[in-house]
Design a protein around this ligand. Structure first.
Ligand SMILES: Nc1ncnc2c1ncn2[C@@H]1O[C@H](COP(=O)(O)OP(=O)(O)OP(=O)(O)O)[C@@H](O)[C@H]1O
Ligand SMILES: [Mg+2]
Length: 198
């Protein structure tokens, strides 16, 4: 589907804003970047890769020695991304730490997530930790704590283009009630997926 680059204006007006800030968050591997790129291309919103942004602006301040990863300064991230003007799509599992008018949390069946993360060659521990985070709704709960207008969407078995169409409709105000309810529940997968050796 083709959208006029100005289509987003009515949505912005509806929210009483000058510009629209959409955050696409979720556990690593759920498809945030794939989706964000399509949304940006179709709507003309500026794409901001939050991980890249944090790295370029020196916002990773501490090292998590156990995981070998860097920890972001959340306050600085919020402050620095606040300065970005215009309609934007914030892509990344920390995007809900930024100021956003709408937060979309991508949810993926843990079995599929495990497959995708294994393809990345990640260690068994790192995969297990991320699959557990997905089962335990970590991103969703964090987003709900920090932001208003948080919507979750089960992306399992949806093609990137079908998903983009659905999320753009959501941004434009369609089916908000449906996505605002807590519908995803991966607990039935918990025992089988986490017990398997990965
Ligand atoms: N809708 C989809 N259907 C099937 N595969 C997908 C879909 N979206 C993304 N993928 C695939 O899943 C993998 C992860 O996608 P992507 O890099 O977009 O995830 P991400 O959430 O941005 O991950 P990260 O948090 O690590 O940046 C890629 O191999 C991508 O091609
Ligand atoms: Mg990504």
């Amino acid at each position: 589907m083709n959208y006029s680059k100005n289509f987003i204006k009515p949505c912005v007006g509806e929210l009483g804003k000058k510009a629209l800030r959409v955050a696409i968050t979720g556990t690593p591997g759920t498809g945030k970047s794939t989706l964000s790129k399509i949304i940006s291309k179709k709507t003309g919103c500026l794409l901001v890769d939050v991980n890249d942004f944090a790295e370029k602006h020196g916002l990773f301040t501490e090292k998590d020695v156990k995981r070998g990863s860097w920890i972001v300064d959340e306050k600085k991230l919020k402050k620095e991304t606040d300065a970005i003007e215009g309609n934007i799509v914030l892509d990344g599992h920390m995007s809900h730490f930024c100021r956003a008018d709408i937060v979309v949390v991508l949810r993926l069946n843990p079995r599929e997530l495990k497959k995708r993360l294994s393809l990345r060659g990640w260690s068994a521990n790192k995969i297990k930790e991320n699959v557990a985070a997905e089962v335990l709704d970590v991103c969703f709960l964090e987003a709900r704590k920090k932001c208003k207008n948080v919507f979750e969407i089960d992306v399992t078995e949806k093609s990137p283009s079908a998903l983009a169409k659905e999320v753009i409709a959501l941004i434009c105000g369609k089916n908000r009630e449906k996505y605002a309810q807590k519908r995803v529940n991966w607990s039935f997968e918990f025992v089988s997926v986490l017990r398997e050796s990965i």
